[in-house]
Design a protein. Structure first.
Length: 292
């Protein structure tokens, strides 16, 4: 029997996403706030990235902010929406005011890292924004991911500071947490940028002694640690390590993680290799011993 197509919608793993989408669709801001306020800091930031392309959302959120200009949750949701719909300039203008009103909101600083990268404001400004975020939450994974992307060569950075940051963040993260996945994400981004879909070259990069050792140590500190929990974000973290070990052709390791995911999956990072659903099916079959 062929493996089934994985469910890539994050709402399948995190019902709060469905609740937030429904509340946004119905224009029920008190229900939105109740969901966001009950979430932990990282979960809240992650929730602000979902369901932001719906028509009429900007009008609804602007109405919320007209009633309460200091509502940071509405500002972040609108900023994320504007980032995709109108571009980073409109989002940045909104978020400058939001940061002044709610300077301790990690979701705002995470989103401002996104606008800094899109606007190519440079390393020093990204450093400043990440510094403000780290003062609030030194292990805020959504913001760390945005900062890591800023450090990569594509927006003007370099691989050395990107990998150094990933290592530092991973080493300081609590054992069993999601933070060590930054090492895997940095190496997968490096592999993608340097080797694209050239399988043999990408495999050689990941299989280099130093890289391979870092990847296994990161997994031991995260998905393979006794304290690892299926909290918000676990599907992407587990998927990332599953892809790493699939590409390294460590079939038992990849199979154990893909089995842990069940029918769930994450588009990132499998989309590096093509259509994520089809790619996951291919590597599940291979990891389980059903193909080469």
């Amino acid at each position: 029997m062929l493996p089934r197509q994985p469910v890539l919608d994050p709402a399948a793993a995190y019902p709060l996403i469905t609740g937030l989408r429904d509340a946004l669709d119905s224009g029920d801001w008190p229900a939105c706030r109740a969901l966001l306020d009950a979430a932990g800091p990282v979960e809240r930031t992650e929730l602000t990235t979902v369901g932001l392309a719906e028509p009429g959302l900007a009008t609804f959120l602007r109405g919320v902010l007209d009633g309460d200009p200091g509502d940071g949750a509405a500002a972040v949701l609108l900023g994320r929406h504007l980032l995709g719909a109108d571009g980073p300039v409109a989002a940045e203008r909104l978020l400058v005011d939001a940061a002044a009103r709610s300077p301790r909101d990690p979701a705002i600083w995470t989103t401002r890292l996104s606008t800094a990268r899109e606007l190519r404001l440079g390393r020093s400004e990204a450093d400043r924004r990440y510094g403000r975020l780290a003062e609030i939450d030194p292990h805020h994974l959504p913001g760390q991911r945005e900062y890591l992307r800023q450090l990569c060569p594509e927006p003007g950075g370099d691989w050395e500071p990107a990998h150094t940051f990933a290592r530092t963040a991973a080493e300081s993260a609590p054992p069993g947490s999601f933070g060590p996945v930054l090492i895997a994400e940095a190496h997968l981004e490096h592999r993608r940028a340097e080797h694209g879909r050239r399988a043999s070259a990408g495999r050689r990069y990941l299989a280099a002694d130093e890289v391979r050792a870092e990847l296994y140590e990161a997994a031991r500190r995260s998905v393979w640690h006794a304290d690892f929990r299926h909290g918000h974000g676990w599907v992407r973290v587990t998927s990332t390590f599953a892809m790493v070990f699939a590409l390294l052709d460590d079939r038992p390791a990849a199979d154990s993680l893909l089995t842990a995911l069940g029918d769930l999956g994450s588009a990132y990072p499998w989309d590096h290799l093509g259509d994520p659903g089809s790619v996951i099916v291919k590597y599940r079959r291979r990891a389980a011993g059903g193909g080469t």
